[in-house]
Design a protein around this ligand. Sequence first.
Ligand SMILES: Nc1nc2c(c(=O)[nH]1)N[C@H]1C(S)=C(S)[C@@H](COP(=O)(O)O)O[C@H]1N2
Ligand SMILES: [Mo]
Length: 384
Amino acid sequence: MNNQLIARRNFLSSSASALAGSALLPSFAKSAHRKGKLLYHTTEISNAEPVLSELVRNWMTPTDAFYIRSHAPIPKINHDSFRLKVEGLVEKPLSLTLKQLGDLPQSKIVATLTCAGNRRSEHIAIKPVKGVPWKEGAIGNAEWSGAKLSDVLRMAGVKAEAKHVWFEGLDQIQRSNGVIPFGASIPLKKAMFDSEKMPGTILATGMNGEPLNGDHGSPLRTVVPGYIGARSVKWLGKIVVSDRPSPNHYVATAYKIVEDGTPLEWSEQGPIYRMPLNSAICSQVKRSKSLIVAGYALPQGRPGTSIRKVEVSPDNGRKWIEARITSPSREFCWVLWTAAIPSRNAGDELMVRATDSRGSIQPEQVNWNSKGYLFNSWHKVKTI
Ligand SMILES: Nc1nc2c(c(=O)[nH]1)N[C@H]1C(S)=C(S)[C@@H](COP(=O)(O)O)O[C@H]1N2
Ligand SMILES: [Mo]
């Protein structure tokens, strides 16, 4: 572990100096090593993202190509003695077995998960940031199945003062001041925001038609469509209904957009919930007269919002070529796209930007922030 941390620090400082002033992307950490379709930034605790050309092969990301972001080793959980606790501002606290959860009406949804730190390597290129140096692969789209959170909350009977729902994992995260579980919370309104096809939140036991595996939160996790991955708590053990957001470190302190990192700024900023509009170029193939470019685009996590348009510029933003969207385009889901750039137009660099169904366009630039979250400016790569 120590060696790994040191290796990562070295990588961060050397990459930051090598890349200072460059808008282009750093390559993977020297320490990242490939296993199957994934590149591991750390292995003792799994933090891995797919090879980008692999990522955009399928609209539904196969589980073995799905990024893994964990803050602690996978906890050992006995499925027979497992109970999901539901406590706090409820009429009737619950303690539910997996069988009881399985007997509730089951939903199946397609939703994209993405880490708030996706594309952090581009923040790092501006100024060093601690944390996993993600490229553009901390994102995946999967089918999730399980009970609706709203059904469980209705069973417990939510009290009138309730405003937030906390989630607590069964993992044990080592921090300088002790061991804590991973926690998240979402507004009660989001928990109850079910539409005909899309529950506000699902208590998932299945991923891509199979039981969840250890890396992705077996036996139970939340999936909160449209929210950053950190709100989808793996190895879920407890739900607490409250009148305020969770005091857990990952809500009260981490996962906020803070630029200078002063104590005042930390206490002024609220938790990040929605994922931002984003897109990335993930592969390029040379043809005789054109360059075939492919990638993904993600709508912001606002109900009813989908991707309307994806454009690629071969000449630093003078000309924009509209890409063809090759997948379904839905709320809370990415799209895949391809564009053919005539060779005579292709300069040294390609850029992509997406527009959503509300007419919002990705920002040309974003401000650096001290935790390296939500990098979503126009994505640039060198042409091959
Ligand atoms: N219990 C627990 N849940 C967790 C985490 C964690 O470390 N522990 N990581 C979170 C973060 S930051 C992300 S981005 C997603 C990643 O989910 P995945 O590993 O299934 O891709 O899980 C979230 N849920
Ligand atoms: Mo994350």
